[in-house]
Design a protein around this ligand. Structure first.
Ligand SMILES: NC(=O)c1ccc[n+]([C@@H]2O[C@H](COP(=O)([O-])OP(=O)(O)OC[C@H]3O[C@@H](n4cnc5c(N)ncnc54)[C@H](OP(=O)(O)O)[C@@H]3O)[C@@H](O)[C@H]2O)c1
Length: 290
């Protein structure tokens, strides 16, 4: 690769994810400058060809594109606020997890300082970066996305969700909400099985098979939710209330707390109490609106 504008990148933040991103940039042939608040985390990267900067300010001077992968919104502001002037006329890609409103605030902050801002949500763990299955969501500056597309695609498949900088984070967190609820459901099942002496490692194969099969129902759930007609569902609120009650009783009998299942049953109860007897299970989404 020739040493032009798109063959250089700076990376701020060398945690587990930042190091995976930096390794990918280096392997992709980019001249990669790295910085971390706490020194000493760049040894492996320097050995692989990275340039180490002794300050965030020096790091952002080294490239037109600065990729930020820090802990949270506050750490991004703490790091970028003092060097906003040095970033003027350059591009920032923020891959730190922030809320949608925090991403929008960063976009406003960037615009005020003449910085082009692209926000990103990483739908991958560090070991997945640059491998099949790694997906990164982007929103904010279309220009940065288009200009840096080749670099972005080093990390995984890239999806642009529009100029609203909050969209990537919104989509990211919506997916994570599904992931956490699924993980918690698996943990509940594993806790039940453990009471019968079945280790989680024996339970996991059937859990993966069942949950994978159940994902096939998601498009139908989506159709019903978007249609807003809850008279069409296959399973009613009452049917699911009975099923959830049975799981709660079985869990209680086994000495397992029912916090996770009871939360779902409470959502069902709320819809029934509001007069939606006979309607579809998907209706619990309406009870989530605060
Ligand atoms: N790991 C994952 O599976 C994963 C997946 C998707 C998205 N993400 C997101 O990627 C981001 C980084 O994750 P990670 O796994 O790399 O986290 P991590 O290993 O905990 O690293 C956190 C990084 O933030 C830096 N930092 C923390 N507070 C700071 C501050 N006040 N000022 C400057 N630097 C600060 C740390 O620097 P020090 O070394 O000095 O503490 C470190 O470089 C997070 O927003 C995370 O949600 C992670």
């Amino acid at each position: 690769m020739t040493d032009n504008l798109h063959s250089r990148a700076t990376l701020l933040g060398l945690g587990a994810m930042g190091r995976a991103l930096a390794r990918t940039l280096i392997h992709g042939g980019l001249t990669t400058t790295v910085w971390n608040r706490t020194p000493g985390k760049d040894g492996e990267l320097i050995a692989a060809g990275a340039v180490s900067a002794d300050s965030a300010e020096a790091a952002v001077d080294a490239a037109d594109l600065t990729i930020v992968c820090l802990f949270d919104y506050t750490s991004v502001r703490t790091t970028l606020d003092p060097i906003a002037g040095r970033l003027r006329g350059r591009s920032v890609l923020n891959l730190t997890s922030t809320t949608p409103n925090e991403a929008r605030e960063l976009a406003r902050w960037a615009a005020e300082h003449g910085i082009a801002y692209l926000d990103g949500g990483i739908m991958a763990t560090p070991d997945m970066i640059a491998r099949t299955g790694s997906v990164l969501l982007y929103s904010g500056s279309r220009e940065v996305y288009d200009t840096e597309r080749t670099t972005l695609e080093l990390f995984g498949s890239a999806e642009y969700l529009g100029t609203d900088a909050g969209m990537a984070s919104l989509h990211d967190f919506a997916l994570l909400a599904g992931m956490y609820a699924m993980f918690a459901g698996f943990f509940h099942g594993a806790a039940m099985m453990r009471t019968a002496g079945v280790p989680a490692t024996d339970f996991v194969a059937s859990a993966v098979s069942w949950l994978t099969a159940m994902t096939q129902a998601l498009p139908r759930h989506a159709q019903i939710i978007d249609g807003g007609d809850y008279s069409q569902g296959v399973q009613t609120l009452e049917f699911n209330k009975a099923a959830l009650h049975a799981i709660e009783r079985a869990s209680g009998d086994a000495g397992i707390r029912t916090d996770i299942i009871a939360t779902i049953r409470a959502l069902v109860d709320r819809q029934i109490a509001e007069g939606h007897v006979g309607e579809a299970f998907q209706r619990i989404i309406e009870g989530l609106v605060a």
